[in-house]
Design a binder for this molecule. Structure first.
Ligand code: GLU
Length: 482
C-alpha cells in the first residue's frame, strides 16, 4: 500500500499553529513512508471562506516548506468544485434508503435539544422523520425549495463502531448513541462529515491524520464510508495543542498564527522543529533538521496526551537555528526586518554579512537581529543618558582624542588586528586597562554599554562612522551635563 495522507484546512481565518501541526504530521508521515501528501481546501462554507485566508494558508505552508503533491491550484482539490459529486452520492444514498429527508424546523430541533437537556440526555436528533415515506428520486434541497428540508444519514442503531486509532488506540462507539446526522443542509450545501468522506475516498487517502477534536466525527464518517460501499482509511488523532493553563491554545496565550511567527522573525525550520515535538518524540533528541524529521517521524512515537505550547522553548530553538544558519542566508533574511524598522543598509551584501556575523550569537529572532544592528545602520545614534553620564567624562577626552587620531592614521588598514594595536598604544600611553578605554568607546559608537567585541564593531562600522562618532562623544565628554 502506498501511503497517501492529506491536510484539509478551511480557509476561514488565519492559519493556526495548532492546526498546521496536524498538516505537518500528515506531511511527515507521507514523506517518511515514501507516499504522497494531498492539500485539500474545505471551502464548502462559501460565506466564511475567503481568498485572503486561502492565500494565507498557501503562503504559510510554502514558508514552512510543507510541499503537497496534489492540491491547489488544481481546482479538483477545492471542495467548492465538487458539489456535483456530493449531490450524486447523496442521491444514491436516498435511492437506497440510506438517507432521508428531514422536515424538522429549527424551532422543533431547538425544543428537542432543550428537552434532552432537561432529561440530562445527550442532545441529538430523535429520528422523527426517519420513517416518513418519501419518493426515492426526491430532489436534493436547494435554496429555492418551497418547503425547507435537510437530508439526514440513516445511521445504524445496532452494534458498535470501532475506531482503531493509530495514536489513541481503540475507541468503541455504541451506534445507538450516534444520531442521524445531516449530510445536506436545506440550502443545498453538503456538511463537512459527508464531503470529507467522499474526498478521502476519491483522493485515495490511506491515513487520515488530524486533531482529536474530530474523533467524535470518525465513527460517523466510517459509517458513511460503509454505506457507500467504501473502505474507511486508517485514522490517527493527535491530541490538541494546549496553552500553559491546559486550555486549548488560543489568542489568549499569545500569537497563534503561522504568519505571526514569520513576521516576528522566526525561522521556518525552528517552527517546524518545535511543532513536530509537540506530540511526537524520538528519544530525547530536541533539534531535528527537516530531513531528520522525515527520516524519524512515525505515528507510533506520537503521544496520547496534549502538547503544551511553550513559547520559550520555541524561542530557544529559533536562537539555535539562527546560530547555525549560513551567514549569507541570514543576511538576506534579516533585510526585510531592517526595512520594516525603517532603516536602510548603507553597504553591500558582504558588509551586511559582517554586521550579522558580529550579532548572530545574541539575537533570538530575525527582528531582534535587525534591532541589534541598528547602531551599524543608522547615520546617527542616540547615546543612552545613563551610559553617557557614567562613561563620557572629561578624563576620557584625551585618550579618546588620541585613539581617534590613531584610527585616522590606519587609513586603508582598518582591520581588527590594526585597531587592536591602536588601542594598545593608547592604553600604554595613559596607563589604562582595556575595559577603561573600550567601554567609553562602546558607548560612543553604539550608544550603549553592550555590544559585540569593540575591535570588530570598529572594523565593521568603518573609519568614517567610527571617527565621526568618537569626535561627537569627545565633544559630549568635554562638556559634561550639557
Ligand atoms: N476542514 C476540517 C478542519 O479544519 C478538516 C478536518 C479533517 O481533517 O477531516 O477541521
Amino acid at each position: 500500500m502506498t501511503v497517501r495522507t492529506r491536510y484539509a484546512p478551511s480557509p476561514t481565518g488565519a492559519l493556526h499553529i495548532g492546526n498546521v501541526r496536524s498538516g505537518l504530521f500528515a506531511y511527515l508521515y507521507a514523506r517518511h513512508c515514501g507516499g504522497s501528501f494531498v492539500l485539500r481546501i474545505d471551502d464548502t462554507d462559501q460565506e466564511r471562506s475567503t481568498k485572503e485566508s486561502l492565500d494565507e494558508i498557501l503562503q504559510s505552508l510554502a514558508w514552512l516548506g510543507i510541499e503537497w503533491d496534489d492540491g491547489p491550484p488544481d481546482p479538483k482539490y477545492f471542495q467548492s468544485t465538487r458539489f456535483d459529486r456530493y449531490r450524486e452520492a447523496a442521491r444514491r444514498l436516498l435511492r437506497e434508503g440510506k438517507a432521508y429527508p428531514c422536515y424538522c424546523t429549527a424551532g422543533e430541533l431547538d425544543a428537542m435539544r432543550k428537552q434532552a437537556e432537561r432529561e440530562h440526555r445527550k442532545p441529538g436528533y430523535d429520528g422523527r422523520c426517519r420513517d416518513l415515506p418519501f419518493a426515492a428520486d426526491i430532489e436534493l434541497p436547494g435554496a429555492n425549495a418551497d418547503r425547507k428540508y435537510t437530508i439526514r444519514f440513516r445511521s445504524p442503531h445496532e452494534g458498535e463502531t470501532v475506531v482503531e486509532d493509530l495514536v489513541k488506540g481503540r475507541a468503541v462507539f455504541d451506534n445507538a448513541e450516534l444520531d442521524d446526522l445531516i449530510i445536506f443542509r436545506s440550502d443545498g450545501v453538503p456538511t463537512y462529515n459527508f464531503a470529507t468522506v467522499l474526498d478521502d475516498a476519491d483522493f485515495q487517502i490511506t491515513h487520515v491524520i488530524r486533531g482529536d477534536d474530530h474523533l467524535p466525527n470518525t465513527p460517523r464518517q466510517m459509517q458513511i464510508f460503509l454505506a457507500l460501499g467504501l473502505t474507511p482509511p486508517a485514522y490517527a488523532h493527535l491530541p490538541m495543542v494546549m496553552g500553559h493553563d491546559g486550555s486549548k491554545l488560543s489568542k489568549r496565550h499569545g500569537a497563534t498564527s503561522v504568519f505571526a511567527y514569520r513576521d516576528a522573525g522566526y525561522l521556518p525550520a525552528a517552527l517546524i522543529n518545535y511543532l513536530a515535538r509537540l506530540g511526537w518524540s524520538h528519544g530525547d533528541q530536541e533539534v531535528f533538521s527537516p530531513a531528520e524529521l522525515i527520516q524519524f517521524f512515525d505515528l507510533n512515537d506520537c503521544g496520547k496526551s496534549a502538547g503544551i505550547f511553550n513559547p520559550e522553548k520555541l524561542l530557544w530553538l529559533n536562537f539555535h537555528y539562527m546560530k547555525e544558519r549560513p551567514l549569507d542566508l541570514l543576511a538576506r533574511e534579516v533585510r526585510p526586518f531592517i526595512e520594516k524598522r525603517g532603516m536602510q543598509v548603507p553597504g553591500d551584501d558582504a558588509w551586511l554579512e559582517r554586521v550579522v556575523a558580529t550579532l548572530r550569537e545574541r539575537a533570538k529572532t530575525l527582528d531582534e537581529l535587525a534591532e541589534f544592528a541598528g547602531f551599524y545602520l543608522r547615520d546617527e545614534i542616540q547615546i543612552e543618558a545613563k551610559a553617557a553620564a557614567k562613561f563620557l567624562k572629561p578624563d576620557i577626552v584625551e585618550p579618546l582624542r588620541v585613539l581617534a587620531s590613531e584610527l585616522d592614521s590606519l587609513d586603508g588598514n582598518f582591520k581588527e588586528e590594526a585597531i587592536k594595536q591602536a588601542f594598545e598604544r593608547v592604553m600604554d600611553r595613559y596607563q589604562m586597562k582595556l575595559g577603561q578605554l573600550a567601554q567609553p568607546v562602546r558607548v560612543a559608537l553604539t550608544g550603549g554599554t553592550v555590544s559585540p567585541g569593540i575591535f570588530e564593531v570598529i572594523a565593521v562600522l568603518g573609519a568614517e562612522r567610527s571617527g565621526a562618532r568618537l569626535r561627537k562623544a569627545i565633544q559630549q565628554a568635554s562638556q559634561p551635563g550639557s
